[in-house]
Design a protein around this ligand. Sequence first.
Ligand SMILES: [Fe+2]
Length: 308
Amino acid sequence: MKLQKDFQQYAQESDLENDLNNRLKLTFDEIKKNNPNLSLDEVLYAVYDKVKDNYNKPFDVLRNMILKANNIDELEYYTKNVRKDLKYYIEENIFPQYSKNDGGHNIAHILEVIRRSFALNDTFKLGLDDNMIYAIASCHDWGKYENHATHHLIAAKNFMNDEGMKNFFTDEQRKIIKEAIEDHRSSKEDEPRSVYGKLISSADRNTRIEIVFIRSFFVAHERMPETNIEEYLDYTIERLSKKYDEENPENMYFEDKTYKVFLQDMRDLLKKEKDFKNRYCMVNHITSRKNRVQDEPGEIANTKILKK
Ligand SMILES: [Fe+2]
Protein backbone atom coordinates (compact mmCIF):
# COMPACT_ATOMS: atom_id res chain seq x y z
CA MET A 1 0.00 0.00 0.00
CA LYS A 2 2.73 2.39 1.07
CA LEU A 3 4.79 1.50 -1.97
CA GLN A 4 1.90 2.27 -4.24
CA LYS A 5 1.42 5.62 -2.54
CA ASP A 6 5.10 6.43 -2.90
CA PHE A 7 4.93 5.51 -6.53
CA GLN A 8 1.89 7.69 -7.11
CA GLN A 9 3.57 10.60 -5.40
CA TYR A 10 6.71 10.03 -7.42
CA ALA A 11 4.71 9.88 -10.66
CA GLN A 12 2.91 13.08 -9.76
CA GLU A 13 6.15 14.84 -8.93
CA SER A 14 7.81 13.72 -12.10
CA ASP A 15 4.75 14.82 -14.12
CA LEU A 16 5.04 18.20 -12.47
CA GLU A 17 8.73 18.37 -13.27
CA ASN A 18 8.10 17.44 -16.91
CA ASP A 19 5.43 20.06 -17.08
CA LEU A 20 7.77 22.74 -15.69
CA ASN A 21 10.52 21.69 -18.07
CA ASN A 22 8.17 21.83 -21.03
CA ARG A 23 7.05 25.29 -20.07
CA LEU A 24 10.64 26.50 -19.80
CA LYS A 25 11.42 24.96 -23.16
CA LEU A 26 8.40 26.52 -24.87
CA THR A 27 9.13 29.96 -23.43
CA PHE A 28 12.78 29.68 -24.44
CA ASP A 29 11.89 28.65 -28.02
CA GLU A 30 9.30 31.39 -28.36
CA ILE A 31 11.63 34.17 -27.16
CA LYS A 32 14.43 32.91 -29.35
CA LYS A 33 12.19 32.74 -32.40
CA ASN A 34 10.82 36.25 -31.90
CA ASN A 35 14.24 37.79 -31.10
CA PRO A 36 16.81 36.09 -33.30
CA ASN A 37 19.46 38.72 -32.48
CA LEU A 38 19.55 38.09 -28.75
CA SER A 39 22.58 36.31 -27.32
CA LEU A 40 22.08 33.15 -25.24
CA ASP A 41 22.62 35.17 -22.05
CA GLU A 42 20.00 37.71 -23.10
CA VAL A 43 17.51 34.96 -23.95
CA LEU A 44 18.08 33.41 -20.52
CA TYR A 45 17.31 36.74 -18.84
CA ALA A 46 14.23 37.22 -21.00
CA VAL A 47 12.92 33.74 -20.10
CA TYR A 48 13.65 34.43 -16.44
CA ASP A 49 11.77 37.75 -16.52
CA LYS A 50 8.78 36.03 -18.07
CA VAL A 51 8.52 33.05 -15.73
CA LYS A 52 10.06 34.26 -12.45
CA ASP A 53 6.75 35.01 -10.73
CA ASN A 54 5.57 31.44 -11.23
CA TYR A 55 8.77 29.79 -10.08
CA ASN A 56 9.96 31.95 -7.19
CA LYS A 57 13.59 30.96 -7.56
CA PRO A 58 16.74 33.11 -7.80
CA PHE A 59 18.10 33.81 -11.27
CA ASP A 60 21.12 31.50 -10.97
CA VAL A 61 18.93 28.53 -10.09
CA LEU A 62 16.31 29.19 -12.74
CA ARG A 63 19.01 29.86 -15.31
CA ASN A 64 20.40 26.35 -14.81
CA MET A 65 16.90 24.88 -15.01
CA ILE A 66 16.27 26.66 -18.32
CA LEU A 67 19.57 25.39 -19.74
CA LYS A 68 18.83 21.85 -18.58
CA ALA A 69 15.29 21.88 -19.95
CA ASN A 70 16.72 22.91 -23.32
CA ASN A 71 19.56 20.45 -23.19
CA ILE A 72 22.21 23.16 -23.51
CA ASP A 73 25.74 22.71 -22.22
CA GLU A 74 26.94 26.31 -22.29
CA LEU A 75 30.59 25.55 -22.85
CA GLU A 76 29.79 23.25 -25.75
CA TYR A 77 27.35 25.77 -27.18
CA TYR A 78 29.86 28.62 -27.11
CA THR A 79 32.86 26.68 -28.38
CA LYS A 80 31.09 24.81 -31.19
CA ASN A 81 32.99 26.79 -33.85
CA VAL A 82 36.42 26.47 -32.25
CA ARG A 83 38.76 24.21 -34.25
CA LYS A 84 38.53 20.66 -32.89
CA ASP A 85 42.28 20.13 -33.06
CA LEU A 86 42.95 23.37 -31.14
CA LYS A 87 40.46 22.37 -28.47
CA TYR A 88 42.02 18.94 -28.18
CA TYR A 89 45.53 20.39 -28.00
CA ILE A 90 44.58 22.84 -25.25
CA GLU A 91 42.66 20.25 -23.23
CA GLU A 92 45.58 17.85 -23.38
CA ASN A 93 48.48 20.26 -22.92
CA ILE A 94 47.38 23.55 -21.37
CA PHE A 95 44.53 22.67 -19.00
CA PRO A 96 46.66 20.23 -16.97
CA GLN A 97 49.05 23.14 -16.20
CA TYR A 98 46.33 24.70 -14.05
CA SER A 99 46.62 22.01 -11.38
CA LYS A 100 49.78 23.86 -10.24
CA ASN A 101 47.90 27.14 -9.67
CA ASP A 102 46.14 28.19 -6.49
CA GLY A 103 42.49 27.26 -5.97
CA GLY A 104 41.30 30.68 -7.12
CA HIS A 105 42.94 30.22 -10.50
CA ASN A 106 42.36 26.56 -11.20
CA ILE A 107 40.69 24.93 -14.21
CA ALA A 108 37.23 25.81 -12.85
CA HIS A 109 38.17 29.49 -13.09
CA ILE A 110 39.50 29.04 -16.64
CA LEU A 111 36.32 27.31 -17.82
CA GLU A 112 34.26 30.14 -16.33
CA VAL A 113 36.42 32.76 -18.08
CA ILE A 114 36.05 30.89 -21.39
CA ARG A 115 32.27 30.90 -20.92
CA ARG A 116 32.18 34.60 -20.04
CA SER A 117 34.48 35.56 -22.96
CA PHE A 118 32.14 33.96 -25.48
CA ALA A 119 29.03 35.29 -23.74
CA LEU A 120 30.33 38.88 -23.90
CA ASN A 121 31.47 38.45 -27.50
CA ASP A 122 27.91 37.35 -28.30
CA THR A 123 26.02 39.95 -26.30
CA PHE A 124 28.10 42.88 -27.55
CA LYS A 125 28.24 41.49 -31.10
CA LEU A 126 32.01 41.89 -31.22
CA GLY A 127 32.38 39.27 -33.94
CA LEU A 128 35.84 38.24 -32.74
CA ASP A 129 37.69 35.13 -33.87
CA ASP A 130 36.47 32.08 -31.90
CA ASN A 131 39.84 30.31 -31.95
CA MET A 132 41.63 33.39 -30.64
CA ILE A 133 39.08 33.95 -27.88
CA TYR A 134 39.47 30.33 -26.84
CA ALA A 135 43.28 30.47 -26.83
CA ILE A 136 43.43 33.75 -24.88
CA ALA A 137 40.97 32.64 -22.20
CA SER A 138 42.63 29.21 -21.92
CA CYS A 139 46.14 30.61 -21.51
CA HIS A 140 45.57 33.83 -19.56
CA ASP A 141 46.61 32.50 -16.09
CA TRP A 142 49.04 29.82 -17.30
CA GLY A 143 51.92 29.65 -14.83
CA LYS A 144 50.36 32.02 -12.31
CA TYR A 145 51.75 29.89 -9.47
CA GLU A 146 55.26 31.13 -10.33
CA ASN A 147 54.58 34.75 -9.46
CA HIS A 148 51.32 36.53 -8.78
CA ALA A 149 52.60 40.04 -9.57
CA THR A 150 53.98 39.21 -13.01
CA HIS A 151 51.69 36.32 -13.93
CA HIS A 152 50.24 38.13 -16.95
CA LEU A 153 53.74 38.33 -18.46
CA ILE A 154 54.54 34.73 -17.53
CA ALA A 155 51.34 33.47 -19.17
CA ALA A 156 52.02 35.48 -22.34
CA LYS A 157 55.55 34.10 -22.50
CA ASN A 158 54.33 30.54 -21.99
CA PHE A 159 51.93 31.00 -24.88
CA MET A 160 54.64 32.44 -27.16
CA ASN A 161 57.18 29.73 -26.28
CA ASP A 162 54.79 26.84 -26.77
CA GLU A 163 55.73 25.02 -29.96
CA GLY A 164 52.34 23.35 -30.43
CA MET A 165 50.41 26.60 -30.24
CA LYS A 166 52.45 27.98 -33.14
CA ASN A 167 50.59 25.62 -35.50
CA PHE A 168 47.23 27.25 -35.00
CA PHE A 169 47.80 30.96 -35.52
CA THR A 170 49.54 33.40 -37.85
CA ASP A 171 52.29 35.67 -36.47
CA GLU A 172 49.88 38.57 -36.47
CA GLN A 173 47.29 36.62 -34.49
CA ARG A 174 49.96 35.42 -32.06
CA LYS A 175 50.97 38.99 -31.35
CA ILE A 176 47.37 39.97 -30.56
CA ILE A 177 46.92 36.92 -28.33
CA LYS A 178 50.18 37.64 -26.48
CA GLU A 179 49.28 41.30 -25.91
CA ALA A 180 45.76 40.44 -24.76
CA ILE A 181 47.14 38.02 -22.15
CA GLU A 182 49.63 40.66 -21.00
CA ASP A 183 46.87 43.27 -20.72
CA HIS A 184 44.29 41.17 -18.85
CA ARG A 185 45.18 42.22 -15.29
CA SER A 186 42.52 44.30 -13.62
CA SER A 187 45.06 46.37 -11.71
CA LYS A 188 46.75 47.47 -14.90
CA GLU A 189 46.27 51.18 -15.36
CA ASP A 190 46.57 51.42 -19.13
CA GLU A 191 43.77 50.33 -21.38
CA PRO A 192 44.31 47.00 -23.11
CA ARG A 193 45.78 47.49 -26.57
CA SER A 194 43.11 45.59 -28.48
CA VAL A 195 39.49 44.57 -28.18
CA TYR A 196 40.72 41.05 -27.38
CA GLY A 197 42.55 42.50 -24.35
CA LYS A 198 39.42 44.33 -23.27
CA LEU A 199 37.40 41.16 -23.68
CA ILE A 200 39.66 38.96 -21.54
CA SER A 201 40.01 41.67 -18.90
CA SER A 202 36.21 41.91 -18.69
CA ALA A 203 35.60 38.15 -18.80
CA ASP A 204 38.07 37.70 -15.91
CA ARG A 205 35.87 39.71 -13.51
CA ASN A 206 33.77 37.85 -10.98
CA THR A 207 30.04 37.87 -11.65
CA ARG A 208 28.83 35.66 -8.80
CA ILE A 209 28.79 36.60 -5.13
CA GLU A 210 29.43 32.98 -4.14
CA ILE A 211 32.59 32.86 -6.23
CA VAL A 212 33.89 36.13 -4.73
CA PHE A 213 33.39 34.64 -1.26
CA ILE A 214 35.02 31.32 -2.10
CA ARG A 215 38.03 32.96 -3.72
CA SER A 216 38.44 35.59 -1.02
CA PHE A 217 38.44 32.98 1.75
CA PHE A 218 41.00 31.01 -0.18
CA VAL A 219 43.28 34.07 -0.31
CA ALA A 220 42.67 34.63 3.42
CA HIS A 221 44.16 31.19 4.10
CA GLU A 222 47.30 32.25 2.31
CA ARG A 223 47.64 35.78 3.66
CA MET A 224 45.99 35.95 7.09
CA PRO A 225 45.54 32.44 8.50
CA GLU A 226 45.84 33.56 12.15
CA THR A 227 43.03 36.12 11.99
CA ASN A 228 39.86 35.53 13.95
CA ILE A 229 36.89 34.91 11.62
CA GLU A 230 34.69 37.70 13.04
CA GLU A 231 37.52 40.22 12.57
CA TYR A 232 38.23 38.83 9.15
CA LEU A 233 34.57 39.32 8.15
CA ASP A 234 34.67 42.97 9.29
CA TYR A 235 37.86 43.49 7.33
CA THR A 236 36.32 41.88 4.22
CA ILE A 237 33.21 44.07 4.36
CA GLU A 238 35.40 47.15 4.59
CA ARG A 239 37.68 46.02 1.77
CA LEU A 240 34.88 45.04 -0.60
CA SER A 241 32.82 48.15 0.22
CA LYS A 242 35.73 50.29 -0.81
CA LYS A 243 36.29 48.28 -3.96
CA TYR A 244 32.70 48.04 -5.19
CA ASP A 245 31.76 51.59 -4.23
CA GLU A 246 33.81 53.04 -7.04
CA GLU A 247 32.29 54.01 -10.37
CA ASN A 248 34.02 51.33 -12.44
CA PRO A 249 35.64 49.19 -9.76
CA GLU A 250 37.46 46.89 -12.14
CA ASN A 251 38.66 47.05 -15.70
CA MET A 252 35.26 46.11 -17.05
CA TYR A 253 34.85 47.23 -20.64
CA PHE A 254 31.71 45.29 -21.48
CA GLU A 255 29.17 45.75 -18.72
CA ASP A 256 26.44 43.28 -19.53
CA LYS A 257 23.34 42.59 -17.49
CA THR A 258 25.05 39.73 -15.65
CA TYR A 259 27.73 42.10 -14.38
CA LYS A 260 25.34 44.94 -13.57
CA VAL A 261 23.04 42.64 -11.59
CA PHE A 262 26.04 41.21 -9.75
CA LEU A 263 27.36 44.67 -8.90
CA GLN A 264 23.98 45.82 -7.61
CA ASP A 265 23.45 42.65 -5.56
CA MET A 266 26.93 42.95 -4.09
CA ARG A 267 26.46 46.62 -3.19
CA ASP A 268 23.09 45.86 -1.57
CA LEU A 269 24.52 42.96 0.40
CA LEU A 270 27.48 45.02 1.62
CA LYS A 271 25.02 47.42 3.25
CA LYS A 272 23.46 44.59 5.25
CA GLU A 273 26.29 43.51 7.50
CA LYS A 274 24.43 40.65 9.17
CA ASP A 275 23.21 39.13 5.90
CA PHE A 276 26.62 39.54 4.34
CA LYS A 277 28.34 37.66 7.17
CA ASN A 278 25.74 34.90 7.23
CA ARG A 279 26.00 34.31 3.50
CA TYR A 280 29.80 34.40 3.58
CA CYS A 281 29.88 31.81 6.36
CA MET A 282 27.29 29.65 4.66
CA VAL A 283 29.17 29.59 1.35
CA ASN A 284 32.43 28.65 3.06
CA HIS A 285 30.83 26.24 5.57
CA ILE A 286 32.21 28.21 8.52
CA THR A 287 31.23 26.45 11.73
CA SER A 288 32.24 29.08 14.32
CA ARG A 289 33.19 32.71 14.00
CA LYS A 290 35.32 32.36 17.12
CA ASN A 291 37.73 30.20 15.11
CA ARG A 292 40.71 31.48 13.20
CA VAL A 293 40.74 31.47 9.39
CA GLN A 294 43.07 28.48 9.30
CA ASP A 295 40.69 26.40 11.43
CA GLU A 296 38.00 26.51 8.75
CA PRO A 297 38.84 24.75 5.47
CA GLY A 298 36.40 26.79 3.35
CA GLU A 299 34.50 25.79 0.26
CA ILE A 300 37.48 25.61 -2.05
CA ALA A 301 38.87 22.65 -0.13
CA ASN A 302 35.68 20.81 -1.08
CA THR A 303 35.42 22.04 -4.64
CA LYS A 304 35.86 19.34 -7.19
CA ILE A 305 38.16 20.21 -10.03
CA LEU A 306 36.00 20.41 -13.11
CA LYS A 307 37.07 18.04 -15.80
CA LYS A 308 36.05 18.64 -19.34
FE1 LIG B 1 41.97 34.89 -14.48
